[in-house]
Design a protein around this ligand. Structure first.
Ligand code: FAD
Length: 108
């Protein structure tokens, strides 16, 4: 059975970590493949209402994949939209904070 919170934490872990190690100067192939990851998730994420809201959210604000920093900041915004919906506090989205959490540090 799907544990929505556990699935969410694992998925954010995968996404933020992927963005943290995305190239600062991605090739067209890198961008295409990262877009595929995000869109594939929006199509197949195994939580119906999460998936529907996420699809809408990425239509409003499509993945920004021009660089590692752009991708990381974009994901941070997307995650904050979910946080807001769930009544959780917003993460302060600067690349320094994101890297401290997802690249160099660990759980706060
Ligand atoms: P999580 O929100 O899972 O966050 C994990 C860690 O990420 C945090 O401890 C913090 O260190 C860090 N973090 C928090 N915010 C940010 C940010 N903005 N940027 C970078 N790092 C951050 N759950 C629902 O109940 N309803 C939904 O509709 C729903 N939609 C979802 C859509 C997607 C695409 C995903 C991936 C998950 C969704 N979830 C949804 C799950 C939800 O987002 C949480 O994962 C879940 O509620 C567990 O929350 P948590 O408080 O343990 O931390």
């Amino acid at each position: 059975p799907v544990d929505r919170d556990e699935l969410g934490r694992s998925t954010w872990n995968l996404l933020h970590t992927t963005a943290a190690y995305f190239p600062e100067q991605p090739t067209d192939t890198d961008k295409h493949q990262a877009r595929g990851l995000v869109e594939g998730l929006a199509a197949h994420y195994p939580c119906d209402h999460c998936r529907e809201d996420f699809k809408e959210s990425i239509e409003e604000d499509p993945p920004s994949l021009g660089s590692r920093t752009q991708f990381a900041l974009w994901l941070c915004r997307q995650h904050n939209k979910v946080n807001e919906k769930l009544g959780k506090s917003a993460f302060p989205c600067t690349i320094q904070n994101i890297d401290r959490r997802w690249k160099y540090g660990g759980p706060e």
